[in-house]
Every structure is written in C-alpha cells, then in structure tokens.
Ligand binder design. Sequence first.
Ligand code: PLP
Length: 395
Amino acid sequence: MKTIYMDNNATTMVAPEVFEAVCPFLTERYGNPSSMHSFGGTVARDVRRAREALAHLLGALPQEIVFTSGGTESDNTAILSALATMPERKVIVTTRVEHPAVLNFCKYLARFKGFTVRWLSVDKHGMLDMEEVRNKITDETAIVSVMWANNETGVIFPVHEIAEIAKEHGALMHTDAVQAVGKIAMNLASSNIDFLSLSGHKLHAPKGIGALYIKKGTRFSPFVMGGHQEANRRGGTENVPGIVGLGAAARLALEHFDQENSRVKKMRDRLQQGLLEIVPSARVNGHLESRLPNTLNIGFEFVEGEAILMRMDEKGICASSGSACTSGSLEPSHVLRAMGVPFTAVHGSIRFSLSRYNDEQDIEYVIQELPGIIKFLREMSPFGKESLAAACTAQ
Ligand code: PLP
C-alpha cells in the first residue's frame, strides 16, 4: 500500500537533493570547521555557503544567521536574549495560539522567573485583533513574540505590522516562522523583525538543525554558551551535516518558489472543496485567505479525530489531529479552543499539511476514502447519528 503523507507540518521528508548534499559530511568530510588545518577549513567553507543560502531565502545577511538545534532552541533563545538585554522591562506579549516552544516557555517565565505575560487572543477565524495588539504592547514590553503562521491551522499573522508597533515602544520583535519559511516569500532586510526562528525538518532538511535570525544591530545574549562558534552567539561544535542540509533545503525552497507553492495551494484547495462537498457537517478551521498554501484544518462534527486518524492510517493516509507535540495527549487543541471552535468539532478536527511531494492522485485518493470513513464512524456512534440528524434538520 502506498503511503500518502499529508503531515508535513509535523515533519517533512528529507529531499533527495538534501540527502545527497549531506552524505559526504557523514562520511569522509568529517572535519571540524573550527580546526586550523585545511581538512577542517574546507568544511568551514561549506558552512559559510549554507549560511549564505539560508540568508538568501530570508532576504537577510549571512552574519544575521545563527545555527541552532531547531525551532524550540531558537524560540527560547530569542525570548531569553530580549529579557537579558533589557532587564528593566519585564513584560512579554505573545498569543494564545503559539507552539508550545513559545507558549510553555512563556508560562515558565511567568510562573518561576517573575515575568508578566500578556496574552493576545484570536477570533473564530484564528486572526488577531490589532486593537488588542496595540493596547497590549507598551513601553514596559521587552519582547513581542508572534508566530508568522500557525502550525495547526496555517493562519498567517501580520508580523511586519506588529513589528512596527513593537518598535514604536522600543520592544523587540520575535517571530516563530518555523511553518512559514519556504512557504511565504520573505525579505527581512525591509522588516522590523529582530528575531526569527526556523527549523530544518519542516522544510525537507534533517531533524535537529534550525536557525535563529538576529537582525544586525540587535543586542544579543547567548543561551547556549561554550566555545566561540557562531561568532560567540551559540557555543558547541557545529552540526555540519545538518547545516549543509539546511543550506541545500534553502536552495531547493527558492527554486521554483512560486510555482511549487501555487501547485501545493491548488491541491489543498481541491482537497478542501472535495471534502466539504461530500461530507455533511464539515467545516474549515482558520481563515480561508490568510493561510499557508499547504494547510487544511477541517473539523468533522460528532466524530473523534483519533478514530479518523486510525481509519485513515489503515488506508495509508498520514495526517494529524492537532500539532505533533500535543497529539498523544487527550487534551483538545489549545489553538482550536482559543478560536472558540465548538466542542463537537474540536474533537473531530484533522490537519492535512501537504508538500511539493504530494500529487493530484494523493488528493483524489483522500477525497475518495475519507467520506466513507466519516460516515462509518458516525453510524457507529449513536451520539454521532442523533446529533448529525439534528444538525441536518436545523440547517
Ligand atoms: N514552532 C512551530 C510553529 C512548530 O510547528 C514547531 C514544530 O512543530 C516548533 C516551533 C518546534 O520546532 P523543532 O521541532 O525544530 O524544535
């Protein structure tokens, strides 16, 4: 049975081009880029090229890139750095729908380190209220951390506009762009964003590599301290295979950027339309326009998401019922709850996240298989059957 992988917001396949680029650095080219000999020196050159490629993807300068172990480390580092460099300011402004890498870290800072967190809420479309953003960012704010795009719904936030407001108040702006990089064109040179986090494994590079963009001139205090690597901004011998892989993935993302993203969007839109047409009581979670091209979060009322996932798994379809980090717990998604999605739909919400490696046949297969699965599960559950009948009569 073919695997139809539609869980790319959880992680992506390492691209063949990336694999090829990484291989020599796992075998014969194992030098340490900090070594004085030429065996290490040539590796330093490859690290430099990867930094340049990534900077190019972001519209940034190579020296503004610090390689890290991934999105979580980058998020933690940006927030801690702002708090350390502006000790007179004790307030963090962030949203209720951040990834746990920001959300749980902010909760920790509030609970154990005495900082104040001002939480921004979202509306039923998953969008921020800019009036609330303006009210909550003040001269006491050290850092504003707002994700560029949400991992569960794909909803895109106006991060440049928020960065302007942060700047007016002398606060720093961080954005978790883990899901946005490679899917949204970026030019950080013309933005007031001070910090940006990204992660390799969401863009066809290996796991365990990421980067933090730090705008030139922004004061910085390192989180991981040790040797002088990364211009004293992140200690520890560089993960050279990961860095080279991330550079290759950045080059790949830029190649046919618009064509690939619009092809993926077309497939996502077809999937959405196909499912909404066939399955009764289905609803899209998240803003229909301001959304990543690859993400579809769809709620099937009166049915359990985990049961849908299991049945889809039997058909070779991989999707997700929340973010990878929160599935595994029975807690309903904090993102969908923050949006006020009705209880009956939160539990039956499924996230499909596509990539350049999906094709039209994958989409048609899901449209063919999923409606039957939902129908079967609703018929199995007396609760589902009755509620559905009531919902249909009410419509
Ligand atoms: N931020 C967002 C929006 C994510 O989706 C993820 C991963 O799911 C992370 C941060 C964490 O990244 P990493 O797995 O590289 O630590």
